[in-house]
Design a protein around this ligand. Sequence first.
Ligand code: DGT
Ligand code: CA
Ligand code: CA
Length: 572
Amino acid sequence: MLNSEIARMFEDLADRLEISGANPFRIRAYRQAAKTLSEWPESLADIAETAREKLISIPGVGKDLADKIAVIVETNAFQQLEEMRKEVPDGVVEMLRIPGLGPKKVALLFKYLAVGSLSDLKQAVEAGHVAKLKGFGEKTAKSILEGLANLAQSGSRVYLAEAKVEADAIVEALQNVPGVGQVSAAGSLRRRKETVGDLDVLATASNATAAMDTLARHPLVNKVLARGDTKQRVRLKSGLELDLRVVPEESYGAAMQYFTGSKEHNIVIRRRAQERGLKINEYGVFRDEISVAGRTEEDVYATVGLPWIPPELRENRGEIERAEQGKLPQLIELTDIVGDMHMHTTATDGTASIREMAEAAKLRGLQYIAITDHSKRVSMANGLNADRLRQHWKEIEKVRGQVSGIEILKGIECDILEDGTMDLDDAVLAEADWVIAVLHYGLRQPKEQIDLRLLNAVRNPHVSIIGHPTARIIGKRPPVAFSFEALLKAAADYGIMLEINASYMRLDLDDIQAAAARDRGIPIVISTDAHSTQGLDGMQYGIFQARRAGLTRHDVANTLPLQEFQKRIRRA
Ligand code: DGT
Ligand code: CA
Ligand code: CA
């Protein structure tokens, strides 16, 4: 059983408990445990089987939760969750996916209107019942309808980070099957799209049956949906579906090229083949029915006069022209990153101390970090006022003396308030090494006001960077209404940086925006926004987004040694 499965069970339980109105402390305990468990580097199942007492030492996991984890691993079931499922059915939980509908509102809908599913909800809104419910009103009802429409459109796509954990586990299991050669994920997962519709896995095998049997029996798999001689489709327990295709060695490159997509990229590649009198498909490249390539992707691209193109670029957004001209960028890699400029500690809503974050960053090969806890407006996360912030920075100075081999910058993630002022005074911001300005509240304000807030922040001489500039949460909350063009111009004029927030639900800036910022010469910083030591591993998702944007290490400031990096920070 994967850590993510256990975490999902706890998260699910927390949702249902919250809707049923249970004790907030208990709910919070489950949520925090879920977050920690999903990021935990070792297999919980292994720990539960070999050294059960070690479970208790995981932060946020006491005796009670440790026992529950052990039983879950042992029985493959979570009794308490099953019982809660009777009280709060799946259809009710599903309503939480609508932006603006939290557990309290969902509970009201369930209790007073007997709304038990998304389709019930739609009917109730359309019949005018929801607008009349206490605490709702016309505006909320309208935004629920919008949310329902968005959800229907985006379907059931899964975050890349969640899909990748499952794909990696299955690829690894297949690689261990005797008679199986190469195995790889293709499709949108290989292109590192923000979300994934389904998984596409390719394998070469002398024994396709063994590979398919292994997949059918894999613990992540719920159901085999279809099975042929070389193709199998399964549904995972998470709901994600997966296609496995077993292909001959001499077709592996052609199949990888074909099934990696994107469709738009492949259409152009196919046209280039036709222009050269070739036919290209998932089996190979053919001239008059005779195969001329197919074993590797490089060979396939060579037949159409192109170098190999990194999967992250395969969207037909200019990569084929650039490849033809020999101008493909040398895409940034995870190992190019030497600093992480956005992270939280126990001073606000993180789970690790300054020292623990510094040690963990050092272990990951970083040369410098900025500790950037929340400012006071974020009271839910125990945000810092000026006094506490100065005290926190004193702590940082102390830790600097205790941890060698990594530089620790005194930072702050400072809210840009609804009226456009900063949450902390200039006097205190002036003492920081690094100030991230962010929007957290008032995200539904009209465009003019959001533009004004961003512009004020950019003009503030102490602000170093705008963090997660659009404030979107993928699949849940749209970007703020704002003029990206105005932000770019201001950032370039005032010499401030823009963030790619690597948190897999944000990935903000997105690929297209990051490319536009690069084109304007604006330094980009990729940061994890880690809330735990394991959170530092999220850097990879920011790198994927940067690669999709076509960025090289020269476009990203936190690839520079600290002294060089600091020269790029705008000074008051
Ligand atoms: P997804 O699953 O919605 O996140 O996106 P993809 O890109 O993984 O799409 P999927 O799973 O439908 O198909 C995987 C790849 O197979 C796709 O990227 C390109 C290739 N493919 C699928 N159908 C076609 C097609 O009709 N024509 C061409 N040229 N390629 C296709
Ligand atoms: Ca797919
Ligand atoms: Ca597919």
